[in-house]
Design a protein around this ligand. Structure first.
Ligand SMILES: Nc1nc2c(ncn2[C@@H]2O[C@H](COP(=O)(O)OP(=O)(O)OP(=O)(O)O)[C@@H](O)[C@H]2O)c(=O)[nH]1
Ligand SMILES: [Mg+2]
Length: 369
């Protein structure tokens, strides 16, 4: 039996085993065996060559457009950015990843037009897996749905899950520290629904013989395995519904209902038309908001405040981190900074490197000569 068949067999057994207290340990073992086999398969296919698709990261953040063929990803990329990605009324017009740069609120946001999701992409059929792999490097996923095919959302989620992308999830609060003796010790800050035997079995299956495991959340088997693996990516997402120019206003209620069935709040979904350029400003704003970035305007000696090209950094960044991003010999020469804006108690507040900046602060660095 090949690896692929073994995986299918385990998946089938999991699907056919009812989940309850008496089967929990068994399912735990199956799931960790599955994780192990999938990892092996993944290593095999990446070792097996193939060009893969890699897109160098540029700009302040990277956003991946993910959707089925013909939903309008390339059209959207073209209307949001300077890119000219080919569009077409047939499926799979785009076959490799096209990047474009979206300039919004002073930030340069790299947008990737990922080719239409191919049936079974994640299980390594065709090139889909390699194509989808570029999504792993994104800071935000934008799901693109056609207004008539909201149900595709489910498949998109599954395909990403299968290539170890966890959408809209925080990393599990699981830490494991291998030791040289004394077996497996489990500590937990919350009550666990899995029993210790199951947890230890999963750990042993993942190769831990002696280890301290600390759990800060009530884990499921899947979350526990995710927490033990370091090849999972946790990426936030937003969803947009394209081609709204094609529907009658009354149909919107049906679409909303289909979104709600998938736990998507219609208020948080952006309705757009890439073709007639509707809803694009709202989408840009949502992209910005969900990237968790802030703008810091630099007040440069002799040149005044640069309002056009802010320094774009992660929310929660300190003055020290801003200096790091600026690079140069600024770090050694730093004496103190003056901040005006939302994070300051008063204009030109004098602060050190620990000061946490906020969106639209103005920052002046006082350096040694
Ligand atoms: N009416 C309408 N048509 C659209 C809209 N967006 C895209 N289209 C059309 O839908 C077709 C597919 O658009 P593409 O942008 O090529 O779709 P894609 O998602 O990049 O498709 P693949 O590259 O095959 O994965 C084209 O004929 C577009 O003109 C829209 O908002 N409204
Ligand atoms: Mg395309």
């Amino acid at each position: 039996m090949g690896l692929k068949e073994e995986i299918d067999a385990i998946e089938e057994e999991i699907a056919n085993t009812p989940y309850n207290k008496s089967t929990e340990a068994h399912i735990g073992r199956l799931k960790s065996k599955l994780a192990e086999k999938k990892e092996k398969l993944e290593n095999q296919s990446s070792a097996g060559g193939g060009t893969g698709y890699s897109v160098e990261k540029h700009g302040d953040a990277t956003v991946a457009l993910v959707g089925f063929p013909s939903v309008g990803k390339s059209s959207l990329l073209n209307s949001l950015t300077n890119a000219e990605s080919e569009t077409g009324s047939y499926e799979f017009t785009t076959l490799d990843v096209n990047p474009g740069m979206l300039k919004h609120r002073g930030a340069n946001i790299q947008m990737l037009d990922v080719p239409g999701l191919i049936e079974g992409a994640a299980s390594g059929r065709g090139d889909g897996q390699q194509v989808l792999a570029v999504v792993r490097n994104a800071d935000l996923i934008v799901f693109v749905l056609s207004v008539f095919e909201i149900d595709q959302y489910d498949r998109l989620q599954e395909e990403l899950y299968d290539i170890n992308i966890r959408v809209d999830r925080e990393p599990p609060r699981v830490t494991v520290r291998p030791k040289i003796k004394d077996g497996i010790k489990i500590t937990s800050s919350t009550e666990q629904e899995l029993d210790e035997g199951t947890i230890s079995d999963v750990l042993r299956d993942q190769g831990y013989v002696n280890a301290d495991l600390n759990l800060q959340e009530n884990v499921t088997i899947d979350r526990l395995i995710d927490g033990l693996m370091d090849n999972r990516e946790y990426i936030p997402s937003i969803t947009c519904v394209n081609k709204v120019d094609l529907i009658d206003p009354e149909y919107k209620e049906t679409v909303d209902e289909q979104l709600r069935e998938r736990d998507l709040d219609p208020e948080e979904v952006t309705f757009i038309s890439a073709e007639v350029e509707r809803g694009l400003d709202a989408l840009k704003d949502r992209i910005w908001e969900n990237l968790g970035l802030i703008r810091v305007y630099m007040n440069k000696p002799g040149r005044g405040i640069d309002w056009d090209e802010p320094l774009v950094i992660e929310q929660g960044s300190t003055v020290g981190e801003a200096i790091e991003k600026l690079g140069g010999e600024m770090e050694e020469r730093f004496r103190f900074a003056r901040v005006t804006g939302p994070s300051a108690t008063h204009d030109e507040q004098q602060v050190g490197t620990d000061h946490v900046l906020e969106d639209e602060d103005v920052l002046k660095l006082i350096l040694r000569r």
